[in-house]
Design a protein around this ligand. Structure first.
Ligand code: CA
Length: 229
């Protein structure tokens, strides 16, 4: 299901490397977007926040370090993991020393499988349901690998949309999601869906979660949206 796929932004000025990365990430089931330089990367992030950024250090005009520094100082993007690519290990030391805030560093030439593993590690932190983790909240357990959901030990039958909704809520308990944010995350921004559709599916999810008499953990936040817990 493409809409719940994690989104990885690749910032790399060498076309061949960009394509290899994109090809392999997509083969893993991720959605990718590609930027050739720092300016383009900053523009793309402003338009749609990716889940993870793979960022080459040596880029024409705006360097990877500068892109990283800028993203890590902005409230909206500072939580997005950045994996920095650099040509030599001395460069990595230098980047670390510059305190750009990058979350991980990979030295070129890197093995693609190693880089994939690093991407998954970052995703486990920010989008655990997309890498098959088991999420728990109160008495709800969601297994993203097997798509099984239980509440208080009882198995629940959820439709695919309700499953993605619950995964989204369970990744960040307490976070208030607006209807638009849920549309982007659960349905994807390419599809036109009315915001009332969100209410319908939240209603269905609520019903399934409460079918064995458990407390209603989904909060409607007036004027804002919904939150779990
Ligand atoms: Ca480069």
């Amino acid at each position: 299901m493409r809409t719940s796929q994690p989104h990885v932004l690749i910032v790399e000025d060498e076309p061949a490397q960009r394509e290899v990365l994109s090809y392999n990430l997509e083969a893993e089931g991720f959605r990718t977007s590609k930027a050739e330089n720092g300016e383009e990367a900053l523009m793309m992030v402003a338009e749609e926040t990716p889940d993870v950024i793979v960022l080459d250090w040596m880029l024409p005009s705006v360097s990877g370090i500068e892109v990283c520094r800028q993203l890590k100082t902005r409230a909206e993007t500072k939580g997005v993991p950045i994996i920095m690519l650099s040509a030599r290990s001395e460069e990595v030391d230098k980047v670390r020393g510059l305190e750009t805030g990058a979350d991980d560093y990979v030295v070129k030439p890197y093995s693609v499988s190693e880089l994939m593993a690093r991407v998954r590690t970052q995703l486990r932190r920010v989008r655990p349901s997309t890498v098959g983790e088991v999420l728990t909240f109160e008495d709800i357990i969601l297994d993203a690998e097997t798509h099984r959901v239980t509440r208080d030990g009882q198995s629940l039958k959820l439709g695919p949309t309700e499953f993605r909704l619950l995964s989204t809520f369970m990744e960040k308990p307490g976070r208030v999601w607006s209807r638009e944010q849920l549309l982007d995350r659960v349905w994807g921004r390419d599809i036109y869906v009315d915001t009332r559709t969100v209410d319908v599916h939240v209603g269905r999810l609520r019903k399934v979660l409460g079918q064995h008499g458990g407390q209603d953990l989904l909060r409607t936040v007036r004027g804002s949206g919904y939150a779990l817990g």
